[in-house]
Write a protein that binds this ligand. Sequence first.
Ligand SMILES: N[C@@H](CCC(=O)N[C@@H](CS)C(=O)NCC(=O)O)C(=O)O
Length: 201
Amino acid sequence: MARVEFFFDLVSPYSYLAQTQIRRICAGHGAELIFRPFLLGAVHNATGNIAPAAVPAKARYLLRDLRRWAKYYGVPLNFPRPFPFTTVASMRAACWCEEQGNLDDFVREGFDAYWVDGKGPKGTDRRDEAEPLREIARRIGADPDKLAEAAAAPEYRDALRESTEEAVRRGAFGAPTFFVDGELFWGNDRLHFVEQALEGR
Ligand SMILES: N[C@@H](CCC(=O)N[C@@H](CS)C(=O)NCC(=O)O)C(=O)O
C-alpha cells in the first residue's frame, strides 16, 4: 500500500484547499493517508524561506488564486482576518490528537473552523488561540481542558519541534508538503503529480 504523508499547518490556506481533496485522492488509489503536523513559520525560518504574503504584490495575487481554487473545487473559503495568525498551540494540540488517534478529525474540523467559519485565532498572541482550541475540541468531541493542557505541555512542544525538523531534514520549505512513499511534492497545485505518483504504484 502506498503511503502519503501530508505535512500541514492550520495557518496555511493552500493546505486547507489540499486537505479538501487529499482524502478522496488517497481513497481512490488505495493509499494510506497520514496527516503530520508541523509549524510553517519554523519551516520558513529553518530554510531561509519567507511567507509569500510578505511580498505585497504576491499577497494580492494569492488572494485571487485561492478564491479561484476554492471555486474550482467547489469548496467554501473565507479568508480570515487578521492574517497571519498564531497556530503554535493548535499545532501542538494536533500532536496530542495524533497520539489519541483523532488527528484526521482535528484536521477537518480545524481547517473548517479557521478557513470556513471564521473561528480562528484573532491575532498572533498565544492567548488568541484559547477560544479557537475550545472550538476545535467541541467539534471533535474532545475535552477542551485536555486539549488546552496538551497545547501547553512540553512533550507536545517537543513533538511539534521534532516533526517540523523532520520535514525540513527531508526537504520541506513550505506547505502543504506531501511525501508519497518518501518522495516530496509541494503545493496544492501539485496534487495531480501526487496522483500520478500513486498511479505508478
Ligand atoms: N502554488 C502553491 C502555493 C503554496 C504556498 O504559497 N504555500 C505557502 C504556505 S500557505 C508557503 O509555504 N509558501 C512557501 C513558498 O512560496 O516558497 C500551491 O498551490 O499550494
